[in-house]
Design a protein around this ligand. Structure first.
Ligand SMILES: [Zn+2]
Ligand SMILES: [Zn+2]
Length: 154
């Protein structure tokens, strides 16, 4: 089953044509501020697997925690943030906001990152893989996702 989603007003509709490479819960300050929430759930996936219908999103560029550019993409009508592109990441990938999926519970975070800025009232599930900032992909990702990322970056 393909994951589908949309912005709040429905001007942007999208479909993911492959399964996520990995799903991040990110507790960094940028994600908290951008979403207005305690953390964001991002589906990391090749851009070619994000098929959009309707209006294309607008973007705003900021400096990511890595020092490299981070573009956030949002609906020009309703302002919903639909995804990000981090220029530090190899290949052409997007980080799709799982809260914009029609069924957000269709994905579960594989890892929690930047837990150093996690809000203290939030307890993560027992056994969750947590990292105080980022992590080494080849120590965490399944081989299949690593191979896909390598193909995408080639
Ligand atoms: Zn919209
Ligand atoms: Zn973040």
């Amino acid at each position: 089953m393909r994951l589908k989603g949309r912005c709040t007003c429905g001007a942007i509709r999208y479909e993911l044509t492959a399964k996520p490479l990995i799903v991040h819960a990110c507790h960094c300050r940028d994600c908290q501020r951008l979403t207005g929430g305690a953390f964001v759930v991002n589906v990391w996936i090749e851009a070619k697997h994000v098929r959009t219908k309707g209006a294309g999103p607008q973007s705003y560029g900021l400096k990511g925690g890595s020092g490299k550019r981070h573009d956030v993409f949002f609906c020009g009508t309703c302002g919903t943030y639909v995804w990000s592109r981090y220029h530090v990441v190899p290949g052409d990938c997007l980080f799709v906001r799982a809260g914009t999926l029609d069924v957000p519970s269709a994905v579960t975070p594989d890892v929690h990152i930047f837990t150093r800025s996690k809000v203290p009232w939030l307890d993560l599930p027992e056994g969750a893989r947590t990292f105080s900032s980022i992590y080494k992909l080849d120590r965490v990702w399944p081989a299949e996702s690593l191979a896909r990322l390598r193909r995408n970056a080639a």
